[in-house]
Design a protein around this ligand. Structure first.
Ligand code: ZN
Length: 516
């Protein structure tokens, strides 16, 4: 006879149904085979199932057991196939009634004593199970996570508890969804003394979702400012929360099914590998860019990242998703993040407490040349943070804190989301930064004086088409913050002041100035 149950293979955060078919036949040579493109971890499932059975006093019958994982051309990776395989074998052995598995999907790794341990990807699997009109069986620790998708999932602590459930001895109860944690408390912008210009540019970045680079001497408060960006952003919407939580689920970051409305803030070290940053590795796990989806990716000491790593960010910065190439397929993860970066003007950190750089303009030029043109082109806002002076430190605390700025940001974002509502693509955030050229022409055409100024600047700064549109996007955000329907000359002028200056060797001697 053949027993069947559904489980899932993960491609990115997509859970693809896999039909687990277990066949048992007599024969003089007992065997236990798993076929259907299993990887090593799936193959090892045999040993875990065998041990788990013997731990609860059962033995595999001396027959030929064949487990087929269909479709056979879809690669199967990971240890979460254990539970479905074990349940299928229990059905063909008659330990549970053969038809009880109908309409069930199962996901979970078995330990050698028959317990079910935590497993990755329960949330996307539970959502998919619901779409298939099925019921998910998962480990007890993952019950609160599965319950977010809907009621009726079965969370079991062990294999034995499932036998007792399906034979009607001790029915399992459904677990309630995990907690929603409070929105995280971020450090306040009020703690940053002085730096009014930097705070203004941070507000613009927050309002329009723009990418931002701070350049300034050590100790000028670049990281301090960057870390305050998430505190200026509105909490995740319901749709965003679902996407972010699914990525966290396949990465094993959802502790006991606890979700959070806080926007992700990821700050990988500059020694991070490409796989760590954009995803990859043995099971093509999501990288930092995907863990920062709908949130902020902060890269401190930007030129210290390898150029290969920085260039790999270009695709997600443009498309809002990342494609990881594997030997036989491609895996996609969402990666719509906001980039905020910081750097010293030169490698030796001149301009800070140690005084100006002693190596001359070459030092800054060489350091800044480590960032490629196409990468720099994707940054909308450049800001030179001046060194903090004793006078700044003696200033009284700023009157405005993060909450005041966040209020303006939330308002400006609401205006944008409403504006782009009808033309919104599924991956767009509905912010100015995502607006297409058509939409920009429709909504961000400046007044005559603004147009003249932009045309003039485009020639002088030799702006690329992308650069031109980026200025318009930033100007649109500045106008939104000012509550102006029309983009005016004033808004264009401010947006242009945040453009990178064209390479000019004479400007590099002024430490603290960006000149690519
Ligand atoms: Zn230097």
């Amino acid at each position: 006879m053949v027993a069947r149950i559904t489980t899932f293979a993960f491609e990115g955060i997509e859970a693809k149904p896999v039909d687990v078919q277990v066949h048992m036949a007599g024969g003089n040579q007992p065997a236990f085979m798993i076929v259907g493109l299993p990887d090593k971890a799936v193959g090892e499932s045999r040993e875990r199932v065998r041990a788990a059975f013997s731990a609860i006093g059962l033995a595999l019958p001396p027959k030929r057991i064949t487990v087929n994982l269909a479709p056979a051309d879809l690669p199967k990776e990971g240890s979460h196939y254990d539970l479905a395989i074990a349940l299928g074998i229990m059905a063909v052995m008659g330990l549970i009634p053969p038809d009880v598995l109908d309409g069930h999907a199962a996901l979970g790794e078995l330990s050698l004593d028959g317990q079910l341990g935590p497993t990755l990807g329960v949330l996307p699997a539970a959502i998919r199970t619901l779409e298939l009109d099925m019921r998910l069986i998962c480990p007890e620790v993952c019950g609160p996570e599965a319950a977010w998708a809907g009621e009726g999932n079965l969370a079991a602590p062990s294999l034995l508890s499932l036998i007792n459930h399906f034979t009607g001895r001790t029915p399992l109860s459904c677990s309630p969804p995990g907690a929603i944690s409070e929105v995280e408390h971020y450090s306040d912008l009020r703690d940053v003394k002085g730096q009014d210009g930097a705070k203004r540019v941070l507000e613009i970045a927050a309002a329009g979702g723009h990418n931002l680079l701070f350049c300034g001497p050590p100790g000028s408060g670049k990281s301090m400012l960057a870390k305050r960006l998430p505190g200026l952003l509105p909490p995740l919407s319901a749709r965003e929360l679902l996407e972010v939580s699914q990525i966290q689920s396949v990465s094993g970051l959802l502790e006991r099914g606890k979700l959070s409305h806080s926007r992700p803030f990821r700050a990988p070290h500059h020694s991070a590998s490409m796989a760590a940053l954009v995803g990859g590795g043995i099971r093509a796990r999501p990288g930092e860019v995907s863990l920062a989806h709908h949130g902020v990716l902060f890269l401190d000491e930007l030129p210290e990242f390898t150029s290969q790593v920085l260039d790999s960010l270009r695709q997600p910065l443009e498309d809002g998703e990342v494609t990881i190439s594997r030997a036989n397929r491609h895996v996609k993860y969402p990666a719509r993040f906001q980039l905020i970066a910081a750097m010293n003007p030169c490698r030796c950190g001149g301009g800070g407490e140690a005084g100006p750089c002693r190596k001359g303009p070459k030092c800054a030029q060489q350091y800044q040349a480590r960032l490629s043109g196409p990468f720099i082109d994707r940054i909308d806002l450049f800001f030179d943070t001046p060194a903090v002076t004793a006078k700044d430190l003696n200033l009284p605390p700023a009157r405005e804190g993060s909450a005041d700025v966040a209020e303006r940001v939330t308002h400006a974002r609401a205006v944008q989301i409403q504006r782009y509502e009808t033309a919104r693509s599924p991956t767009s955030r509905g912010l100015n930064v995502d607006a297409s050229v058509d939409l920009l022409e429709q909504h961000a055409t400046p007044d005559e004086a603004g147009k003249a100024m932009l045309t003039d600047a485009a020639n002088k700064l030799s702006l690329s088409a992308r650069g031109y549109h980026r200025v318009l996007k930033v100007a649109r955000t500045i106008a939104d913050l000012a509550g102006s329907e029309q983009v005016r000359r004033l808004h264009i002028a401010e947006a242009l002041s945040y453009r990178r200056r064209p390479a000019d060797p004479s400007s590099a001697d002024r430490v603290g100035r960006l000149a690519f």
